[in-house]
Ligand binder design. Structure first.
Ligand SMILES: [Zn+2]
Length: 182
């Protein structure tokens, strides 16, 4: 076999392997921030996942990840993950660190230090638009992955833990999403 042919075949196999791994888990794009979180530790106990909605409401594209991150920086908040309209998962904060996403809130068992025991996930949606199919698919695989790595007691909406104060995630069929997770 000619050398160029061997290279071609090797490349083909690499591309196929990447396609298979992309099907199994949504791509995660690193987008680490230096604000909106406290340094935690690898032994941090995580037993809740909180789902939010966010969009850039400061002018320009609602769903531009860089504008959304800039908005977070102005408020000094963050989440571990933000999921774009196309289903791309951006990682802003490592799970071992405590992201400031929940604010004044309480879990169903009464615990109020929600940030310290949770992972926060933001879906880019607006007051008018719900999540896309790609977003729900990525959210489902991300939550399933988190559930494999941590003993999760609660998967909740921001509005569940801060009723009256928060209404997100907006325009989402929550029951269908819950039925879809492992
Ligand atoms: Zn929220």
């Amino acid at each position: 076999m000619r050398f160029t042919t061997k290279i071609l075949i090797a490349t083909l196999f690499t591309v196929m392997a990447q396609m298979v791994s992309a099907q199994n888990s949504a791509a995660i794009v690193e987008k680490k921030v230096n604000f909106g979180y406290a340094t935690g530790s690898p032994s941090r106990v995580i037993n809740a996942v909180i789902v939010h909605s966010t969009f850039n409401n400061s002018g320009g594209d609602f769903y531009d990840i860089d504008l959304v991150v800039r908005q977070f920086s102005r408020y000094g908040v963050s989440a571990h993950y933000v999921i774009g309209r196309d289903g791309v998962i951006y990682r802003l904060v490592d799970e071992k660190d405590v992201a400031y996403h929940a604010g004044k809130s309480a879990l169903p068992d009464g615990r109020t230090a929600v940030n310290s025991c949770s992972v926060g996930i933001e879906l880019m949606t607006s007051f008018d638009e719900g999540p896309t199919e790609a977003q729900i698919k990525s959210l489902t695989s991300l939550v399933n992955d988190i559930k494999k790595r941590h003993k999760i007691q609660f998967v909740l909406r921001h509005s569940d833990i801060a009723p009256g104060r928060k209404t997100d995630p907006w325009n989402m069929n929550w029951d269908d999403f819950i039925k879809g997770i492992d």
